[in-house]
Structure formats: structure tokens, C-alpha cells
Design a protein around this ligand. Structure first.
Ligand code: ATP
Ligand code: MG
Length: 305
């Protein structure tokens, strides 16, 4: 059996005593796409930096392509493509110069693939990096990350701030890379519809804690909105288990659940509602409600404390 492309075990990262990532465990199988989502400051970039060996975990272990990023940083950089959040590029170079420069570091650099992709991205090889628009910079960053045909592509917000056309283009390249045999993608994104289109597995981080780490299908199967209307007395919403009331208008209520099953529905049915409906949710709504529920929970702990 192939080793996991990525394995984090009980990883915690603290910065001067403040927890950025807490007891995080996750596994990414080779050939799959993992999408990490979460609010600002949730710990996505910190997690990615631990994968690349750019930050040591304070506790726990990290394995990437079977290597320890702290000990085998060079090996990991060789086999991994990385687009950082800030897309640092050498501004004084032209597009063709930066591609040539990057190629020198990799024996596996595929110049034909890079030239073809550059043309399809409509990038001008003679243009200086400092004169590129944000979208063009993102395309160059993507080219630099994929030119050596890495086994693992790590993308930190690859398409934030880009127009929908460029986003699609970048996505298509990601998908093309995945389709070439056995390659793995780990990406963080605030563009959740994008994650929903390409990810096999999704992690939802909130304040350094992993709320969900499951296949996209499992997350969607278990996360539902329940709409209920009552005839007589309204029941106390606190009595229902594994749901959180997210809306109320007169005698109609909406609840969110992350663990949908018959038992969850039965507790409403037992109260004989006037109507009861279950609605499927898109990933974006699921992420928003999951994070809201966690923030609400953390606030309630503060009050008790
Ligand atoms: N070098 C650092 N020193 C101190 N604190 C840091 C450092 N890097 C990150 N943090 C803190 O760790 C937490 C997680 O930050 P991180 O950048 O990983 O979040 P993120 O999920 O990538 O957020 P965003 O969506 O805004 O990019 C934040 O509270 C941040 O302030
Ligand atoms: Mg970040």
C-alpha cells in the first residue's frame, strides 16, 4: 500500500504561547484533492507551512511523501510544488527569466509543458514580473509550482482576488495535474464553491481546531437544514439534540445539523409539527454554519468560565 501523501498526527503549533493550530490530525491519500477551509486566522497557512518544513510543529508529527519536513526539507521541496499566500516572486526578472531560473533547480522540469501552459495562459514571456497584474502573477506562481511535475501540489489561496475567468483557468490546470497519474493536491481557499468543485476531502478549521475532516460527500450527507413549522405551542429549541436553531420567523424555525440521521428527525416528529422539511446545503452554507456553531459554543464556554 502507498504511504499517505500527507499525514499529520496530533499537531499543535503555538506562537509565543498562543495556539494557532490545535491537536490537528489528518491524512491525505495519494491522487486525491484535499481542501482546507476556515475563517481568517483559523490556522490554514500555519498548517501548510508545517507541511513544507517552513515551521516546526510545537507538538506532534508531520509526514509528507513519507518524509519528515523538518529533516528532509530539500527532498520535500523537490517533490512538491507550492504557491504561497503572498506569491513572492523576483520582481526584477521577466516571465521567461523566472521560469528559466526556477528550471535550474529541478532535474524533472518539463519545459514543453511549461511553454505550452504559458501560451494557453496568454502570458507574455518578455514582461517584467513587477509589471504583471495580480491575475498574471497568480498564473506565473502556478507555472513555477507545476513545472517540475511535483508529486504533491500545495496551494495557499491560489485564486483569491482573481476574476472568475482566471480562477477557472487555474482550476482547470489543477484538475489537469490531478488527472496525470497519482498526483495529490492540498489547497486552502476562501472560495468554497471552488473547493466544492474539486476536493475529494474537506477539512473545516475554526480557531485552530479541526471541526470536520471527511469526504465532501460525507460532509454533505450529514449536514442539513431542517425547516419546521408548529401549530400549537412552540417547543424550547434547547431540548433538541445535535441541532442548532439558525432562524425563526413566527411559528417557523430552521435548524442546522452536522450529524443528520433519523434520530435527529424523530425528535421533531414526536412533537407533531405542522410541517417538517429537510434541505440539502451547499458546502459554503455548511462551512458558515459549522464555524458559527463553533464560535457560539466557544462564547458559551467563556460565559460559563
Ligand atoms: N509568525 C507568527 N507569529 C505569531 N503569530 C502567528 C504567526 N503566524 C500566524 N500566527 C497566528 O496564528 C493564527 C493562524 O494564522 P494563519 O495565518 O495560519 O491563519 P489562516 O487560516 O491562514 O488565515 P487567513 O485566512 O487570514 O489566511 C493567527 O492567529 C495568526 O495571527
Ligand atoms: Mg492564510
Amino acid at each position: 500500500m502507498n504511504p499517505a501523501a500527507i499525514e499529520l498526527k496530533n499537531c499543535t503549533k503555538t506562537f509565543r504561547g498562543k495556539i494557532a493550530v490545535h491537536d490537528l490530525s489528518l491524512t491525505v491519500e495519494p491522487g486525491t484533492v484535499y481542501g482546507l477551509v476556515g475563517d481568517n486566522g483559523a490556522g490554514k497557512t500555519t498548517t501548510i507551512k508545517m507541511l513544507l518544513g517552513l515551521l516546526p510543529p510545537s507538538r506532534g508529527s508531520v509526514s509528507v511523501l513519507g518524509c519528515d519536513p523538518q529533516k528532509d526539507h530539500v527532498e520535500i521541496m523537490k517533490r512538491t510544488g507550492y504557491v504561497s499566500e503572498n506569491r513572492e516572486l523576483y520582481d526584477w526578472m521577466t516571465v521567461s527569466e523566472i521560469l528559466w531560473f526556477n528550471a535550474q533547480f529541478y532535474s524533472t522540469w518539463d519545459n514543453d509543458l511549461v511553454q505550452r501552459t504559458m501560451r494557453s495562459m496568454e502570458l507574455n514571456p518578455k514582461q517584467k514580473i513587477k509589471h504583471l497584474s495580480r491575475g498574471m502573477r497568480a498564473k506565473v506562481a502556478m507555472l513555477l509550482a507545476m513545472g517540475h511535475k511535483p508529486d504533491l501540489l500545495i496551494l495557499d489561496e491560489p485564486s483569491s482576488g482573481l476574476d472568475p475567468l482566471v480562477r477557472r483557468e487555474i482550476l482547470e490546470h489543477i484538475i489537469a495535474i490531478i488527472q496525470s497519474e497519482g498526483r495529490t493536491v492540498f489547497l486552502s481557499s476562501h472560495l468554497i464553491d471552488e473547493v466544492e468543485r474539486i476536493a475529494d476531502r474537506v477539512g473545516i478549521l475554526c480557531d485552530g481546531d479541526m471541526m470536520r475532516d471527511e469526504s465532501l460527500d460525507a460532509i454533505k450527507e450529514t449536514s442539513k437544514r431542517i425547516r419546521v413549522a408548529w401549530n400549537g405551542d412552540m417547543p424550547d429549541p434547547g431540548q433538541f439534540k445535535n441541532v442548532r436553531r439558525i432562524d425563526q420567523s413566527g411559528r417557523e424555525e430552521a435548524y442546522f445539523t452536522q450529524c443528520f440521521n433519523d434520530n435527529v428527525l424523530d425528535q421533531f416528529r414526536e412533537r407533531h409539527p405542522a410541517s417538517l422539511e429537510v434541505e440539502a446545503l451547499g458546502l459554503e452554507e455548511i462551512v458558515v454554519e459549522t464555524i458559527r456553531a463553533q464560535k457560539h459554543f466557544l462564547k458559551s464556554l467563556e460565559k460559563v468560565g
